[in-house]
Design a protein around this ligand. Structure first.
Ligand code: ADP
Ligand code: MG
Length: 722
């Protein structure tokens, strides 16, 4: 019956929301749980602070003596905040983060407890690498991975029910030095981008060039579902999305009684969430606007990409934990409810440094304009050459449900520049933009013409990759994904393009009459070869889908199975090898890990579909059928004829559902495949199609079967009752 459903509704409607407390002053809580430079300055000697500051700001290696001093200060600080444990947090190739906890307390030979946390423990930890996916990287000797502190990302105190833990952001590598994580490639991609950018900037006559870094600001969408409902939905708990569920009829769900309870509970949650994030030094502001019912957004201010990526990962953890604390399940799945807008993550990205500023900001001087055009051109070339790689970087089983579904960018990678910038590049291509002024100074007045209005309606929301005034915004990233993969690809393709530009520019500068002339002719070649990636129209339209593929030669890559093989392309191998971001072995191991995860994700869902159809939906349907049969028999005794229509529909849908379940179960028995690619295609096509077939009939049953027999919480309940 529907007892669990009713009980959930009962519990939710009877829970009284906690009152919104007075927020703590930001000045008191901001970064209070972070061992950042300000904290270090207070508790380290001048010389030790100077050494660690240099490491933090430039990534220079830390000497053992300083490490020892920093470790002692860090331990002191953490224990003062109640921490009894420390852990190296690292970011394996899956989208989650992993930790290994150790106590500060060890017992010495006298049996007395002492606290121990040395410089070497800070710098290096040894979790067992064997339980983390490592793809083809077979570790010799021991299945071991090492973690090592990344001092450019600050340590912090993580508060959980189990107490406070000093948490140390770390890289994770194999015994043989291969990257087993998502942080090492990100750090390397920054370095590659910096190297190529330095070259271009010095050719442009810059004399002082500070190290360049990429920045990232990620807007995160998520759903909240009451934990009581989630507890009655195995699919939400195990797969993070509903595998069944008939659409809710609009209108009826706006039960004022329920609706009135929404704002306060969520408000209390959001305030608590913000406070926790502030304590962790994450500059986040929650947005209360819902796109879909039950959906919210949180957008931290941008930071250096490496720190932003760690903070993004931490934000997802804190989101989930806080939601739990407030009686919600936080869904980071890209498509938790069929037919309802899904969740994404917009990754805002730019590159810059202390001397030239943001290179993707047009700037005020003619010189700034030229630098900007070169960097912007480099991005266009990158998206054109490595579109399929960008698509691979956001390829997951769950994101496949969202991309191209007319609510999210299509699975075709193109760049949106805005009308004026698009026209400028077109003029360059058509030879209409030439340098006429004496001395070669040419003011394009870009800061004026690119004066982007802050009105979001003014921007093209249908593009996966859009210029938004002083940065690019990659909008096709999945809501549950680590932002590191996309950042690695963006930085690396930029590095490659900047290297190409440097080579061309160097040659042009020999013959050109002035710098501006040289820049324009390099850009002319660039946009002639790669302008096909620029598109300002409606990315959702079918015209674009046809034009992109047939006229522009771009690829439409609908599924992860189609996308991941890009990681095995020669051009991609070469890109990562020449930039030093990933060796061929490291790249191949990523292909293997990501494809395995894709296969496992669909397999898990398919098994759940079989199980839920058999054990939750079929029983409801047959119970209803026997009730109908009994009612029909009773009516017959009274000589009243009850129409069989409903019973026939229910029986037909039940039979069809169970036939599909049988096919799906059988299909899951196939394990022999010629290649990983073939296995992925099988999951993408055969298995997913059979899952859809089961669902089609199950959802039809939900609309027919008596409500009181339906066990699974319904869409209208999960989306609207809070
Ligand atoms: P919208 O919803 O209009 O896309 P938001 O204001 O919600 O924009 O989010 C914009 C995000 O872009 C924020 O995280 C912001 O900090 C970030 N951002 C702004 N400038 C830069 C930049 N130069 N580099 C990276 N991210 C940036
Ligand atoms: Mg955005």
């Amino acid at each position: 019956g529907n007892e669990s459903r009713l009980q959930a509704i009962h519990q939710i409607t009877n829970c009284s929301a906690t009152a919104v407390a007075q927020p703590e002053p930001l000045s008191e809580i901001w970064a209070s749980d972070v061992f950042n430079l300000a904290t270090m300055e207070q508790c380290l000697s001048k010389s030790a602070f100077k050494a660690i500051k240099k490491t933090v700001q430039t990534g220079a290696p830390l000497d053992a003596a300083t490490a020892e001093v920093v470790a002692a200060a860090m331990k002191e600080w953490a224990m003062g905040k109640g921490a009894k444990f420390f852990s190296h947090i690292f970011y394996p190739m899956t989208n989650v983060s992993a930790e290994k906890h150790d106590g500060f307390i060890v017992t010495n030979s006298d049996g007395n407890a002492i606290t121990e946390f040395s410089g070497s423990l800070l710098i290096k930890g040894e979790p067992d690498g064997s339980s983390f996916p490592n793809g083809s990287i077979r570790m010799t000797n021991a299945a071991r991975g090492y973690t090592a502190w990344d001092p450019t990302s600050p340590a912090y105190i993580m508060q959980t029910e189990n107490g406070a833990t000093l948490t140390i952001p770390s890289v994770f590598m194999s015994w043989t030095g291969e990257a087993l994580d998502k942080k090492i490639p990100l750090l390397r991609s920054n370095a590659a981008m910096n190297k190529a950018a330095q070259k271009v900037l010095s050719l442009m006559g810059e004399t002082e060039i500070a190290p360049l870094n990429s920045s990232c600001g990620a807007e995160q969408e998520y759903f909240l579902v009451d934990a009581n409902f989630a507890a009655a939905r195995p699919d939400l708990l195990l797969a993070g999305r509903t595998l069944f569920g008939a659409p809710s009829a609009k209108g009826q769900q706006f039960d004022d009684h329920y609706f009135g309870a929404i704002p306060q509970r969520v408000q209390v949650f959001m305030q608590d969430l913000e406070e926790q994030l502030y304590k962790l030094g994450i500059p986040a502001k929650t947005h209360h606007n819902e796109v879909a019912p039950g959906q919210f957004e949180i957008a931290p201010y941008f930071e250096a990409a490496n720190v932003a990526a760690d903070h993004q990962q931490l934000l997802m953890t804190v989101l989930k934990n806080s939601a739990k604390k407030h009686g919600f399940l936080c869904l980071l799945h890209e498509k938790p409810f069929a037919g309802i807008n899904g969740s994404g993550k917009h990754v805002n990205w730019s590159v810059g440094n202390a001397t030239q500023g943001n290179l993707l900001d047009p700037g005020d001087t003619p010189h700034d304009n030229l630098n900007f055009l070169l960097f912007c051109g480099a991005v266009i070339r990158g998206v054109h050459l490595f579109g399929p790689l960008l698509r691979a970087a956001i390829a997951t089983a769950s994101n496949d449900h969202r991309l191209g579904a007319n609510e999210a960018p299509p699975a075709i990678m193109s760049v949106y520049l805005g009308d004026q910038l698009e026209k400028l590049f077109k003029d360059i291509k058509d030879g209409k933009l030439t340098v006429t002024e004496a001395g070669g100074e040419m003011n394009l007045g870009l800061s004026q013409i690119l004066n982007f209005k802050r009105d979001p309606g003014d921007r093209n929301r249908t593009s996966p990759f859009a210029f938004t005034g002083n940065r690019f915004e990659f909008r096709a990233v999945g809501s549950g994904q680590s932002v590191s993969g996309p950042l690695v690809v963006m930085n690396t393709m930029l590095a490659d393009s900047l290297a190409w530009i440097a080579e061309k520019l160097e040659a042009e500068l020999v013959t050109a009459s002035c710098k501006a002339d040289a820049v324009i002719s390099v850009l002319k070649q660039l946009i002639t070869e790669h302008g096909n990636a620029v598109f300002g129209g409606d990315g959702y339209s079918s015209d674009w889908h046809t034009m992109a593929v047939e006229e522009r030669g771009l690829k439409n890559i609908p599924t992860t199975a189609d996308a991941l093989p890009a990681l095995r392309e020669e051009s991609v191998k070469k890109l990562f090898a020449t930039t030093g971001v990933l060796s061929p072995v490291e790249l191949e191991s990523r292909f293997e890990v990501y494809s395995e995860q894709y296969i496992l994700a669909i397999e898990l869902e398919a098994k759940l579909v079989v199980e839920m159809a058999k054990s939750m939906i079929y029983p409801a349907a047959v119970t209803y059928l026997s009730e109908l049969a009994a009612a029909g028999a009773n009516m017959a005794e009274l000589n009243i004829k009850l129409d069989h229509g409903v019973a026939e529909t229910v029986a037909a849908e039940t039979n069809a559902m169970m036939a599909a379940v049988t096919k799906l179960s059988a299909a899951l028995e196939t394990h022999d495949f010629d290649s990983t690619e073939a296995h992925m295609q099988y999951m993408a096509k055969d298995i997913r199609a059979l899952m859809d077939e089961v669902r089609l009939h199950a959802d039809a049953l939900e609309a027919e079967v008596a409500d009181e027999l339906w066990q699974l919480p319904k869409y209208r309940e999960m989306l609207f009752i809070k």
